[in-house]
Design a protein around this ligand. Structure first.
Ligand SMILES: [Zn+2]
Length: 91
């Protein structure tokens, strides 16, 4: 059995600037079943909110589930900021 010892490295956690954050919203209005209409994924909140206003105007639906996602990179202290993380695949 191989015992692996990891020394403590004070990584900093940064948002991955090479990947766009993802904003999306889904309409969850409805009594029995939720409406389920989706805004699609956008790189900013603006188009998502615009879609919500339009959907509410068209349907009267007022309750939404918002989703936000972004990518985080662990950076060891020695590595200067701004470098693309090594070993990353294509996105
Ligand atoms: Zn709806």
């Amino acid at each position: 059995m191989i015992r692996r010892v990891f020394r403590y490295v004070p990584f900093t956690i940064e948002q991955d600037q090479t990947a766009e954050p993802e904003y999306a919203v889904r309409c969850v209005s409805g009594d029995d079943a939720e409406c389920g209409a989706e805004s699609g994924t956008h790189s900013g909140p603006g188009p998502v909110e615009e879609w919500q206003r339009k959907h509410t105007q068209e349907t009267g639906h007022r309750r939404y589930r918002r989703n936000f996602g972004d990518y985080a990179v662990m950076r060891p202290p020695a590595e200067p900021a701004g470098l693309t993380p090594a070993g990353g695949g294509t996105t």
